[in-house]
Write a protein that binds this ligand. Structure first.
Ligand SMILES: NC(=O)c1ccc[n+]([C@@H]2O[C@H](COP(=O)([O-])OP(=O)(O)OC[C@H]3O[C@@H](n4cnc5c(N)ncnc54)[C@H](O)[C@@H]3O)[C@@H](O)[C@H]2O)c1
Length: 374
């Protein structure tokens, strides 16, 4: 069986999630190629060596440039902060490596475009970590929408709220600076719901009207000695117009007290509706506008082997998957796409689109008016 040697960069929150999924994927799925946790990079050699031991990688380096140039590496997996994605991915592509990168792909749409075009020119595969589309409950929602079961689409409502920066005493990190994160909640969380809006409806967003706000305007410096300005949004909202005259909206916040993983959507059609909340990620609410009026109501569909990739994890309906399982499915898609030389989704070109939507929402906020996307 073909092996795919993985070089992982960054071992924070996402680096660990990727490592866990890389180890689990060959146990959950019968893969056509074997992902090998080969080389791991972080900011210094000691940290990288310790993390390689913890996360089950064979080799470690304190220099990501050595990782992307290493002849043994087939796939470069980028779990570093946003501002590093572009430089790392372009270097990996130049060395002919496939690239699996976290979202948002780049700090700007122009940066994401350069990455997408470089990968296409070089003929390498790319995949971006919009993992929520892999949740079997959301795969079921997409299937229900595409089949016409809830009729013609009438409205899309999406949000992604968390409260990880609700405490004003939390110091600056890379997420609060423009130069290291790009957009704030809109880029970090809104990116997911924008990707989901198009994935679920099967339609492109053609115009946006955005509104952004930074409410915690100063935060302590990481050293705690002084305070500095927060450079990106704490919360954002946007009205959306999709092709086919579908109306919708999104909201996102990183200071929404109480919301821990509040990615949610409501999709309304002429014959029914769907409601989903990632905090209850194994449930999809389906309403069918038929039957006697006094008996109509939402039905809870618990994730089951009939839905998406659930059955690869468990034969038992309603027992539930977790966040990391979405990453396991993402790894399966990465490996199978590379092994079969098939296009991956969402690739850099698709993630460039999300960067364009983020930029359009920001531009719309600054211009105080609608912005069209072409
Ligand atoms: N898909 C998701 O659900 C999801 C969730 C969280 C984060 N993310 C994305 O994952 C990426 C990483 O986020 P995180 O929360 O894991 O961040 P983090 O701060 O927890 O980890 C970042 C890691 O990158 C390392 N790093 C920084 N500079 C480096 C360099 N020059 N060379 C090598 N390593 C370097 C850090 O030491 C750290 O190990 C971001 O792009 C973020 O948007 C995605």
């Amino acid at each position: 069986m073909q092996s795919l040697n993985i070089g992982l960069i960054g071992t924070g929150y996402m680096g660990k999630a990727h490592a866990v999924a890389l180890h689990a994927a060959p146990r959950v799925f019968a893969l056509s190629a074997h992902p090998v946790c080969d080389l791991l990079a972080d900011v210094d050699p000691e940290l990288a060596s310790r993390k390689a031991r913890e996360l089950g990688f064979a080799r470690a380096t304190g220099d990501w440039q050595a990782l992307v140039a290493d002849p043994a590496i087939d796939v470069v997996d980028i779990c570093a902060p946003n501002f590093l994605h572009q430089e790392m991915a372009l270097a990996a592509i130049a060395h002919g490596k496939h690239v699996y990168a976290e979202k948002p792909l780049a700090l700007s749409a122009a940066g994401a475009r350069e990455m997408a075009e470089a990968a296409e020119r070089r003929g390498v595969k790319t995949l971006v970590g919009f993992n929520y589309i892999r949740n079997p409950a959301t795969c079921l929602a997409r299937e229900i929408i595409a089949s016409g079961e809830i009729g013609e689409l009438v409205h899309f409502r999406g949000r992604h709220d968390e409260d990880y920066l609700a405490d004003p005493e939390l110091p600056h990190g890379w997420r609060t600076r423009r130069a290291t994160a790009g957009a704030g909640a809109l880029g970090d969380l809104g990116a997911h719901i924008l990707n989901l809006a198009e994935y679920l409806t099967g339609r492109r967003i053609v115009a946006v009207c955005g509104d952004l706000q930074t409410l915690i305007v100063q935060r302590p410096s990481p050293q705690g000695t002084d305070t500095a300005r927060v450079e990106n949004d704490d919360q954002a909202q946007a009205l959306l117009r999709f092709e086919g005259d579908l109306m919708g909206n999104i909201e996102t916040s990183r200071i929404a007290c109480g919301r821990k993983m509040g990615l949610a959507y409501t999709v309304t059609g002429t014959k029914g509706s769907l409601i989903f909340d990632q905090e209850r990620m194994n449930e999809l609410q389906l309403y069918r506008h038929d039957g006697p009026p006094g008996r109509r109501g939402f039905t809870t569909l618990l994730s089951s082997p009939e839905h998406g990739d659930y059955g690869a994890f468990s034969p038992a309906p309603g027992h539930g998957l977790g966040y990391n399982d979405q990453k396991v499915i993402e790894i399966r898609d990465l490996v199978e796409g590379i092994a079969a030389d098939r296009p991956l989704y969402p690739d850099f070109r698709e993630a460039w689109r999300v960067n364009r939507l983020i930029e359009a929402i920001e531009a719309s906020h600054h211009q105080a008016g609608w912005v069209a996307l072409h």
